[in-house]
Ligand binder design. Structure first.
Ligand code: HMG
Length: 393
């Protein structure tokens, strides 16, 4: 039985800052951010958007009534959740009006969470072939103003419906994975901002890729020539190139050119959004299949997932006949092109704004946020969400 990605959606907030402006404000050569790091625009989340709303907005565009009835497992991958106890997916389950006989959990392992979700979904569907699983990957990356990681922030979510006989990509067995206890990037429970050893994080990413790719080849007998494209977790888009460079000479010149060309397509959304942590790999996959017209049904796509701390995995999928008809490319172009650019001063103001932490009631002004699902306020330590298409929570 084929199991994999049946539908895939994406959402990012309506605000962004231009990386050239950010570089100038930080007294850095803009080419460092746009070429050295490979980022053009950085998405900014206003207070009306959090990991819950981003995920719910991403899912809203793809699920229909039959999904609402068939989804019986919601897996929410995030490292920027809103509650230490309650799973963010429970809010999304309500906001999307999913049927009640559903398991809902939150999964955390830095940027790896959603990949764990995909593999758990696959196992669930193997046992329950008529089930569908909603995998959500949603994060807001925050390192802090004027920090080394500032240029690699971002915000957004990817939503994936997993099912049997998937319309977009069937996920293959086996995959290769690795865990090592490393302090390259982490966020203590008391901190709003991630701690990072930038140089070590780059080294660990590449070392994981090298080891896992080797293990994957041994397990499967596949090599670089068997892949039409390889998508990477993209904390910033140059990272994918660094990884691909490690292996592109293992194949022919034609393999190398194909993988390099497809890497360009797989970076387009990410360089305009920034790091969305656990959704980044899947945003890159979406960017590839919505921009590269010469991919065909039967093509094998490799996916490398890396979550600091650290856990990594390499797996692959086969594009399905007619997959192009099930994409929302136009909607995604519109989402990105209709965003509002803010100045660096405005970005700093939005970044510094926080919700009360003492239970004080606070109503958010959400008039300027065009999202369908928004955080409308907090009171008594509870978040209140609004879905303009449905009921208030
Ligand atoms: P930095 O010290 O600001 O930058 O840190 P740099 O000095 O290393 O320069 C970056 C690149 O720009 C270099 O290219 C320079 O040569 C180039 P490279 O050698 O790397 O190819 N450069 C220029 N290019 C053109 N014109 C110029 C110019 N000047 C310099 N004028 C760093 C950069 C990414 C480390 C920092 O932003 C950071 O710490 N970011 C956060 C950590 C991160 O993203 N790590 C990536 C791997 S870990 C990961 O992916 C997991 C993560 O997503 C978290 C999770 O799992 O949850 C982060």
């Amino acid at each position: 039985m084929k199991i994999g990605i049946d539908k895939i959606g994406f959402y990012t907030p309506h605000l962004y800052v231009d990386m050239n402006d950010l570089a100038k404000a930080r007294d850095v050569d803009p080419a460092k951010f746009t070429i050295g790091i490979g980022q053009e625009k950085m998405a900014i989340a206003p207070l009306t958007q959090d990991a819950v709303t981003l995920a719910a907005n991403a899912a809203l565009e793809i699920i229909d009534e039959s999904d609402r009835q068939a989804i019986d497992f919601v897996i929410f991958g995030t490292e920027t959740g809103v509650d230490h106890s309650k799973a963010a997916g429970v809010y999304v389950h309500h906001l999307l009006d999913l049927q009640p006989q559903t398991r809902t959990v939150e999964v955390k392992q830095a940027c790896f969470g959603a990949t764990a979700g995909i593999q758990m979904a696959k196992a669930h569907i193997a046992l329950h072939p008529n089930s569908k699983v909603l995998v959500l990957a949603s994060d807001i990356a925050r390192y802090g103003l004027r920090t080394g990681g500032e240029a690699t922030q971002g915000a957004g979510a990817v939503a994936i419906v997993m099912s049997k006989n998937p319309k977009i990509m069937a996920i293959e067995e086996p995959s290769a994975y690795l865990t090592e206890d490393v302090m390259d990037f982490w966020r203590p429970v008391y901190s709003e901002y991630a701690q990072v050893d930038g140089k070590l994080s780059n080294e660990m990413y590449l070392s994981f890729f090298e080891k896992i790719w080797e293990a994957y080849q041994q397990k499967t007998g596949l090599g670089i020539g068997d892949f039409s494209a390889i998508c990477y977790h993209l904390p910033y888009t140059k990272m994918g190139l660094k990884a691909l460079r490690m292996i592109y000479d293992q194949g022919t010149e034609v393999d190398k050119e194909r993988l390099l060309e497809n890497l360009e397509h797989s970076k387009i959304y990410n360089k305009n959004v920034g790091n969305i942590y656990t959704g980044s790999l899947y945003l890159s996959f979406l960017s590839l299949i919505e921009h590269q017209n010469n991919l065909r049904a039967g093509d094998r796509i490799g996916l490398f997932s890396y979550g600091s701390g650290a856990v990594g995995e390499f797996f692959a999928g086969i594009l399905q006949p007619g997959y192009q008809e099930h994409l929302h490319a136009e909607q995604h172009q519109k989402l990105l092109s209709s965003r509002t650019e803010v100045s660096v001063e405005e970005y700093e103001r939005i970044f510094a704004a926080t919700l009360p932490k003492d239970g004080t009631a606070y109503q958010l002004d959400d008039q300027n946020d065009p999202a369908k699902i928004k955080l409308s306020g907090v009171s008594e330590h509870k978040r209140h969400y609004v879905n303009s298409l449905a009921v208030k929570m």
